[in-house]
Design a protein around this ligand. Structure first.
Ligand SMILES: [Zn+2]
Length: 103
């Protein structure tokens, strides 16, 4: 049995047989593929925005303190920084947990 998939192009109206892209204009006619690409683009966009975000002020503060010339300040900074990282980790864990409960 042959598997024939006819897809009508949303752009120019050409009916394409077993094609993901329109043979006339090159538009994506495979809606599943289109959604997949859109999803991937959105994920990329999110990642880009995430990277553009300013680093957390507390994190920046500790980053600076960690390179402080005074060893006591450095040790203290490292200690509090570790605590801060743990707090952040727990925070994101709870966020994830509540996300699951809400969903
Ligand atoms: Zn087309």
């Amino acid at each position: 049995m042959e598997n024939k998939t006819y897809r009508k192009c949303q752009n120019c109206g050409t009916v394409n047989l077993n094609r993901d892209y329109c043979q006339e204009c090159g538009e994506i006619v495979n809606i599943i593929l289109k959604r997949k690409i859109e999803r991937e683009n959105k994920a990329l966009e999110r990642e880009r925005i995430e990277k553009q975000k300013e680093p957390n002020k507390v994190t920046v503060f500790f980053e600076r303190a960690k390179t402080h010339p005074n060893i006591i300040v450095r040790s203290l900074a490292l200690f509090f920084y570790s605590t801060w990282v743990i707090v952040l980790a727990i925070g994101s864990f709870f966020a994830l947990l509540f996300g699951y409960i809400a969903a």
